[in-house]
Design a protein around this ligand. Structure first.
Ligand code: IVH
Length: 680
């Protein structure tokens, strides 16, 4: 085959792959109804990446491969917005909504009721997206309102932002359109991101908005690609291009074109309905998994918007009505130290109780010693405390004006406040730890985690009971909970027969547990609920995981070296293996994951290492083929490796293979292994 022929084939295949990937992206993000598994999506993506890498000239600006990020920039260029990105005038209560309505009517000189479209004001970062001929050509921040920073590669990594627009029904795609919206992060994603940063000793983000802004303004878009960013659209810059005459219609069209809109938008309502909406959304806010700081009320009709016009700062046809702050000022009465299940010592500010957004707050986590120093929080300080939904309240900052010299510096104790053993702070770690494995605080924390909802889900085994069980010595290790019976439990304070029976029943039920939940419950460092699912999807049994090599674990998509090492370390400790064995003896049944995709195919269970340059395909493509056939590819040669595939100019892996007695094969032999025998 001549080069051009190969190139043409690659080009044709790439086009098919791009279409397919755009289609499945839509199914996932727009219709919330995926047709293929994430693994299959990744496989198609990998194939396209391999093609575009091998034939750079076939790359396309709208390729879904830009979702994974691209080469880092030196700096951001600036771009002028076609229409300025204005801010909004603020109101704070229903009186302000009425006043706004009256002002609008006065300027328009009308007594007809005005219709409004109302939207939650999502607390994130404003972004403008420009599409030319249906292709996303630029993404920019608000900047000073007139010029923003060009962050195109970064916005392309956000899955819910369409890279190409598909015309639907009778909607024609305009040659040009600039869509405006808010990039944000859910509370759960924000917490998970900060937890990872805490584990890695990195500075924490103060709130989801800062986390979104920080993630979006990365010169290296591959970092942005790893951040869980989302977007909602709330309008367009140029309102004349969609050939509609109201904001409500614009939102409808944008939704139809596949843009993510907030589900709580309401269109064409009266001012009284706006007031009802404001109150309802303020209530709803407590249950939402993302932060909103108010609602935005917009005059719906474009002709009226035009007549109302804008000031240099904000349009006269819209207002942001803000909710009561989720931040309040209070005094730090003390700083105490809690010991968690990992042995980490967490300084906690004991606050003068204060109501924040309707919830009384009396404690706030200070995370670790460095955070206390950075924020310079002292006992006696007046501080700003913030609560966000169900996130643990946090001290935002000290208000220095209230310092009078009586404030006391915090000192991390040198001994564990629970078991008095000496604490340590490891190099490269932000946490100070009690390393006494027998520390009752760790046992309590582990028990609570083990019985929590995401793990064994043992109803009734809450904090008070765990405290009692550990303090009375009835439970000295995790597995002891499987030894509890009604008579033993009845020795506890205020434990009636019925409660004891219920608890024993709940423990009995918890004994049958899917592998992922059991893994999560073990509380292995860096293994949260999601990671546990990844592990359980790869290994069918706990024994298979316990026997896996670090490289093998690391080969799982989304699993990094730190987690792989933590898993390896956990299963290399004999006492951990003994605990699991004891639990099984006591009746624990670890169930295979429902929906576990049994790996099948010719290469099932075989492990490969690739080295050198292959002639008919890239290593990525070879990896895809091996995995599709049920095999796996790892980075380094171990005793578990079945084959090392050697291409041209192979590296030292050949030598390692020889030493470890692993078969070395060439590319042709690999193709032979991959070939489906005829008639099968
Ligand atoms: S409309 C000219 N709608 O709030 C109209 N803004 O203070 C400009 N925001 O920079 C914005 N949700 O970042 C609008 N539904 C919404 C919004 C919203 C959040 C943010 C946006 C803007 C700021 C205005």
């Amino acid at each position: 085959m001549s080069i051009t022929e190969a190139e043409q084939k690659a080009k044709a295949r790439a086009e098919v792959l791009r279409k397919t990937l755009h289609y499945h992206n839509r199914r996932y993000f727009v219709y919330d109804d995926p047709e293929i598994s994430d693994a299959e999506y990744d496989r198609l993506m990998q194939e396209l990446i391999a093609l575009e890498t091998a034939y750079p000239e076939i790359a396309a600006p709208d390729s879904p491969t830009s979702r994974v990020g691209s080469a880092p920039l030196d700096k951001f260029d600036t771009i002028a917005h076609h229409v300025p990105m204005l801010s909004l005038e603020k109101g704070f209560d229903t009186a302000d909504i009425l006043a706004f309505d009256q002002r609008v009517a006065r300027i328009l000189k009308t007594t007809d009721p005005i219709r409004y479209t109302v939207e939650p004001k999502v607390d994130g970062v404003a972004v403008s997206l420009v599409y030319q001929d249906g292709i996303l050509v630029s993404g920019a921040t608000r900047g000073d309102g007139f010029q923003g920073e060009l962050i195109t590669p970064n916005v392309k990594t956000i899955g819910s932002i369409p890279l190409v627009l598909q015309s639907v029904e009778d909607i024609k795609i305009p040659d040009f359109i600039d869509v405006r919206g808010e990039v944000y992060m859910t509370m759960a994603d924000f917490k998970a991101l900060n937890q990872i940063r805490l584990n890695q000793g990195l500075p924490l983000f103060a709130n989801p908005r800062n986390a979104s802004a920080g993630s979006l303004r990365q010169l290296d878009s591959t970092i942005t690609a790893q951040r869980p960013l989302k977007m909602v659209i709330y309008g367009v810059g140029r309102t004349d291009l969609l050939k509609v005459n109201s904001h409500a219609q614009t939102i409808r069209i944008l939704k139809a074109l596949g843009f993510p809109a907030n589900p709580h938008v309401e269109t064409e309502i009266s001012v009284n309905e706006v007031i009802g909406y404001f109150k309802r959304i303020d209530e709803l806010r407590k249950t939402l998994d993302y932060e909103i700081d108010g609602i935005v009320v917009k005059v719906d009709r474009y002709d009226l918007q035009e007549r109302l016009g804008s000031t240099s700062r904000s349009p006269r046809w819209a207002i942001a009505v803000k909710f009561k702050a989720m931040e309040e000022q209070t005094r730090v009465n003390d700083i105490v130290v809690q010991v968690g299940r990992t042995g980490a010592l967490t300084p906690v500010a004991v606050l003068e109780p204060v109501s924040i957004g309707g919830v009384m707050v009396s404690r706030a986590s200070l995370h670790n010693e460095d955070e206390v120093r950075k924020k310079d929080v002292r006992v006696g300080d007046t501080v700003l405390v913030r609560r966000a939904g169900d996130v643990i309240p946090e001290v935002v900052k000290v208000i220095p004006a209230y310092r009078d010299g009586s404030q006391l510096l915090f000192q991390m104790p040198s001994q564990c406040p629970v078991c008095s053993s000496t604490v340590v702070r490891f190099k490269d770690e932000a946490a100070t730890r009690c390393v006494n494995a027998g520390c009752p605080a760790q046992l309590k924390g582990n028990l609570l985690h083990f019985s929590s909802k995401g793990a064994l889900d043992i109803d009734g085994l809450g904090k008070k009971l765990v405290d009692q069980l550990v303090e009375t010595g009835l439970v000295r290790s995790i597995e002891d909970i499987f030894r509890l019976d009604v008579d033993t439990l009845r020795q506890l304070d205020r434990m009636g027969r019925k409660s004891a029976e219920n608890l024993v029943q709940a423990i009995y039920k918890g004994k049958k547990v899917p592998l992922s939940r059991f893994l999560y419950g073990l509380g292995i460092r860096h293994v949260g609920a999601h990671a546990a699912k990844l592990l359980a999807a790869r290994y069918e049994t706990i024994d298979a995981l316990a026997a896996a090599e670090k490289e093998d674990i690391e080969a799982i998509e989304q699993v990094g070296p730190i987690m792989a090492e933590a898993v390896r370390a956990y299963f290399s400790m004999p006492e951990n293996l003994k605990t699991i064995e004891d639990m099984q003896q006591l009746g624990l049944e670890i169930l295979p994951e429902t929906g576990h995709q049994k790996v099948s195919g010719r290469l099932r269970g075989l492990s490969f290492v690739l080295t050198g340059t292959l002639f008919s395909m890239t290593r990525k493509m070879a990896t895809g083929k091996i995995e599709a056939a049920g095999g796996k590819v790892t980075g380094s040669v171990s005793a578990q490796t079945d084959y090392v595939v050697a291409g041209e100019s192979p590296g030292s892996k050949i030598e390692q293979a020889r030493r470890k007695n692993v078969s070395v094969i060439d590319e042709l032999q690999l193709m032979e292994l991959l070939r489906e025998p005829e008639g099968e």
